[in-house]
Design a protein around this ligand. Structure first.
Ligand code: SAM
Ligand code: ZN
Ligand code: ZN
Ligand code: ZN
Ligand code: ZN
Ligand code: ZN
Ligand code: ZN
Length: 465
């Protein structure tokens, strides 16, 4: 990702040597910029931005050549993810209903006398878990919605129905669900009822789901570094891609605030693996769910993607609702895809309409602008064309003669905003290309002494949303 918080960038390079690992796979390389133009590089956990969840941190100039430099918390796997928990599930299913409890706090299916141990520790325990509940892991386990790493916001039934019917109409056969547990769940449920021909593999960091899904159904995975937590998982992933052949679609809904560049690097690696496994030489079809304001960053990373107008709805996302509970502009999350927009009809019953000029479906409030030659709205409101700016602008903007552009009536004239360089303030380059920048990474300096204190601050800054 180019930059998500004020002075830290992530650097995605194929050939960074001596990348250290934490329990969540290879770390990501970041660069921190100081106001005086200095910068320094460091490695941190790619999955967890909260130091309490993974404390891994290394200045790049402290990384020793030839050592794997692994440290970091291991509590992530404390409950024995994978095979162990799967055995737990098989035992659990055999228990009489009265003994089937789960700990909502730990996200664990409980056996024998374990329920008492968890209640005694003040954990919330749910009893009488029936088989139907086990088939709905996204409701069985409390979504980690307050956790920035997981940001577990789940699609509404109508969004799930729309996605599945779209995929079926496209004649897809295999869906690779990366951080899309509800799509995976809906496919597995429909398979049971013989109501779909789709197959699905879930790749997700949430170890709780690994209890209820077999290894053929789910791999524990980190999407920010394309890391599988065991070899069997990677083998399963490869066989799925091979079996899928031309019927594969990648469907992904990464945590909001997630870093676009590492994600794009991951999706490219998956595409390469798919091409190698299937001998196909074409782009891997994908649907990537992300907020509309990330359009530029996403399309800069993967230029073949275009943004659809469809507003993706979530059951448990209140951030974008107005106070009275009704959504003002609707959800800000859209679908980015490399499939032809004409092949993705949006529901006309919800007001989406086909724009002949654009050859794509547009949202009800999105009006085609003859001057811009496109349906220009992005944020769910109607835009109007400003002849002076020669482009469509939000209705809340007015043209300011002093600034020569449309802006909010409350703006301070002459104050440029937007993504300029954070070091020198120029608008024509980013800080990583700033001529005033002095790259101090890799150089030993007396700053090294301060390393330990800064480490804590840095991990805090990495909360990128
Ligand atoms: C915004 S939620 C998307 C859920 C989706 N809307 C659904 O209903 O199926 C993000 C998902 O990504 C998963 N996730 C978070 N960080 C991840 C990572 N580093 N690697 C893989 N999955 C991750 C979360 O566990 C969660 O399931
Ligand atoms: Zn980690
Ligand atoms: Zn517990
Ligand atoms: Zn149009
Ligand atoms: Zn216009
Ligand atoms: Zn204007
Ligand atoms: Zn002005």
């Amino acid at each position: 990702m180019a930059a998500t918080c004020t002075n830290i960038d992530v650097i995605v390079q194929d050939r960074v040597d001596n990348v250290p690992s934490c329990p969540h796979g290879p770390a990501l390389l970041f660069e921190r910029y100081m106001k005086n133009g200095d910068s320094r590089k460091f490695f941190a956990c790619s999955a967890f931005r909260d130091r309490k969840q993974c404390s891994f941190f290394r200045w790049m100039d402290d990384v020793k050549v030839g050592s794997n430099n692994a440290t970091g918390n291991t509590n992530f796997c404390a409950q024995g993810v994978g095979a162990g928990n799967r055995k737990r599930f098989l035992k659990f299913k055999k228990l009489p209903l009265s003994e089937r409890s789960i700990c909502c706090t730990c996200g664990l299916l409980l056996l024998g006398g374990e329920a008492t141990q968890h209640t005694e520790r003040g954990h919330q325990v749910k009893h009488k878990i029936n088989r139907a509940a086990l088939r709905h892991p996204t409701t069985l386990f409390v979504p980690h919605e307050d956790n920035k790493t997981y940001a577990q916001y789940l699609f509404t039934d109508s969004t799930v129905d729309f996605i599945l019917s779209t995929l079926e109409n496209l004649k897809c056969t295999h869906i690779l669900c990366i951080g899309a547990p509800r799509i995976h769940e809906a496919i597995t449920l429909r398979q049971r009822q013989q109501d779909t021909t789709l197959s699905s593999l879930l790749l997700d960091l949430d170890a709780r789901y690994a209890q209820v899904y077999t290894r053929k159904q789910m791999c524990l995975y980190n999407m920010f570094n394309h890391h599988f937590f065991d070899q069997q998982g990677e083998g399963q992933f490869r066989s799925f891609l091979k079996e899928a052949g031309a019927g594969l679609v990648l469907v992904t809904d990464p945590p909001f605030g997630g870093m676009v560049e590492p994600l794009a690097a991951t999706f490219k690696k998956i595409e390469e693996t798919w091409k190698a496994e299937t001998k196909l030489d074409r782009p891997l079809p994908m649907l990537w769910f992300f907020p509309y304001f990330m359009e530029k960053r996403i399309c800069d990373c993967i230029p073949s993607l275009t943004m659809l107008d469809y507003k993706v709805d979530y059951d448990n996302h209140s951030l974008f609702k107005s106070k009275d509970g009704k959504r003002k502009k609707g959800s800000p999350v859209r679908i980015f895809t490399n499939l032809a927009p004409t092949s993705l009809p949006l529901p006309t019953a919800e007001g989406y309409w086909f724009c002949e000029e654009c050859q794509r479906y547009s949202a009800p409030e999105n009006k085609h602008c003859a001057k811009c030659k496109s349906c220009t709205s992005k944020d769910g409101t109607t835009y109007r064309h400003c002849d002076l700016c020669q482009k469509c602008v939000k209705l809340t903007r007015v043209h300011c003669d002093a600034c020569g552009t449309c802006d909010l009536p409350s703006h301070v004239c002459g104050q440029q905003h937007g993504a300029g360089c954070h070091i020198c303030g120029a608008m024509d380059h980013k800080r990583r290309d700033c001529p005033q920048r002095h790259d101090t990474a890799g150089r030993k300096s007396n700053r090294k002494r301060k390393g330990k204190q800064e480490h804590g601050k840095m991990k805090k800054k990495l909360r990128l949303s």
